[in-house]
Design a protein around this ligand. Structure first.
Ligand code: UDX
Length: 447
């Protein structure tokens, strides 16, 4: 009989995982503790912007016309425990307030609520990004609290999806990593992922700590790559070099590779910044903090770029105070094709300029509602052209395709001064300069 799957926590990770599991042919039951989320999902609506996800949900959510009906949602833990052969735990693990460490309370609470209902054999699979050692602790918790005892087994299966590509990354992962303690658990997970594995996704089997570490190591490496190129941008700025050419040239070396070498205002979002901090905190607890001191530098290079963008803006405005200056900000989300503004470098820069007296107007294709909620005192406009109206300087801070397709000549008619600063190295300098703009970009020569 086909496996039945549950997904606990329906954020970015859980909602995508649930829809993907239904797409793979399984009967899926999703659970969340927020009633509004469940109601939306039951209507086939996604609580965030993620390309392709709504279509996938609507294809499978029960009750929607023409759907397979394989995907349902509930708030009932007993129902979930009764239903599932495999439970995917997808709750979030944010940074603790005022600390580097990871807040495990959502994960712990989910295990506390599920365990007492586990009266039949099941595999509980952790997917959240957690401090190494968590799986050992949670396995002991399950053994002690599940009525079925050792027949409720734990596995750890980190998720590597990127926002904006969540559906594609989940259906066609570039690797599947499973931390297991038994052949039974490995066999079950091989069965769950048989389709992507048959299509070529490598399947890596490890112990618990390694599986947990693979995720934090991967994110640390990505953060390091970005901060490396941003450090080179700092040097280029001092030496009048061009970091875009430099990245292209070193990227031809296959050992280095071209990806994740885009210099600019740096990384943000709900993962990279908090994951490297939680990793440092955990290494400290383990007595291995020296191994990760470099991550502190990666973090500070990253944060420094935001400040550098503010200074570039000040300089472009002739130096001194921002008072009375109109600053247009194109982009609010931490990356394009997402509506996520968590730890967004764009909004951080906008907020700093605003706090220093600048009159900031922000436009973003998808991030406006979230930006408005988090930064209600900034100015907002409904279109890029509206945002730049009367501006003394235009900042390009999130590299949406819409911004690359803007016509600099049209925009030039709306602004007070034709000055654009590219914080993402994604605009074409020649195009803007041809239309009479002063164009500056991070880590690139002035002309
Ligand atoms: C990341 C990891 O890529 C993913 O594997 C993991 O599961 C979760 O964390 P995500 O946060 O969605 O995914 O975004 P990502 O595409 O990695 O970008 C992170 C940040 O780095 C963004 O703010 C982006 O603008 C920035 N970035 C990325 C750069 O500044 N330069 C680059 O070259 C690449």
């Amino acid at each position: 009989m086909a496996l039945k799957i549950t997904v606990i926590g329906t954020g970015y990770l859980g909602a995508t995982h649930a829809a993907a599991m239904a797409e793979l042919g399984y009967e899926v039951l999703g659970l969340d503790v927020v009633p509004e989320k469940i109601e939306m999902l039951q209507r086939g609506e996604v609580p965030m912007y993620e390309p392709g996800l709504e279509e996938l949900l609507r294809k499978h959510v029960a009750g929607i016309e023409g759907s397979t009906g394989r995907l349902r949602f509930t708030m009932d833990w007993a129902e979930v425990a009764e239903f599932g052969d495999v439970h995917f735990m997808c709750t979030n693990t944010p940074q603790k307030h005022g600390e580097y460490a990871c807040d495990m309370s959502y994960v712990d609470r989910a295990f506390e609520l599920l365990a007492p209902h586990l009266t039949r054999p099941a595999l509980v699979v952790g997917k959240s990004t957690v401090p190494v050692g968590s799986a050992d602790r949670l396995a002991a918790y399950l053994a002690a609290h599940a009525p079925v005892g050792e027949d409720a087994e734990l596995a750890w299966n980190p998720e590597f999806l990127r926002e904006g590509f969540a559906v594609q990354d989940t259906l066609h992962p570039d690797r599947i990593v499973v931390g297991v303690r038994s052949e039974r658990a490995e066999k079950l997970l091989r069965e769950v992922y048989a389709t992507p594995v048959a299509a070529g996704s490598p399947f890596v089997v490890t112990d618990f700590p390694t599986a947990e570490l693979v995720k934090t190591a991967a994110n640390s490496f990505l953060a390091t790559k970005i901060s490396f190129i941003n450090a080179m941008a700092e040097v280029c700025e001092a030496a009048d070099g061009d970091v875009v050419k430099l990245a292209e040239a070193i990227g031809h070396d296959e050992r280095i590779g071209k990806k994740f070498l885009r210099a600019g205002i740096g990384f943000g979002g709900g993962c990279l910044p908090k994951d490297i901090r939680a990793f440092m905190a955990r290494a400290g607890e383990l007595g291995a903090d020296q191994a990760l001191t470099f991550l502190r530098e990666i973090d500070s290079i990253n944060m420094r770029r935001r400040g550098q963008m503010v200074e570039m803006t000040r300089e472009a405005l002739g130096g001194g105070s921002f008072l009375g200056k109109r600053v247009a900000v194109l982009g609010a989300t931490f990356k394009p094709d997402s509506d996520d503004v968590r730890d967004s470098p764009a909004l951080n820069v906008a907020g700093q300029i605003h706090l220093q007296g600048g009159q900031v107007t922000v436009y973003d294709p998808k991030g406006m509602p979230n930006a408005l909620r988090l930064f209600p005192t900034l100015g907002y406009a409904d279109t890029a052209v509206e945002a730049v109206r009367g501006a003394d300087v235009v900042l390009h801070l999130t590299e949406w395709r819409e911004f690359r397709e803007l016509d600099p000549a049209t925009l030039g008619e709306a602004v007070r001064a034709r000055v654009v600063l590219d914080g993402r190295n994604a605009l074409d300098p020649a195009l803007w300069r041809k239309a009479g703009w002063t164009f500056r970009a991070m880590g690139r020569p002035t002309a």
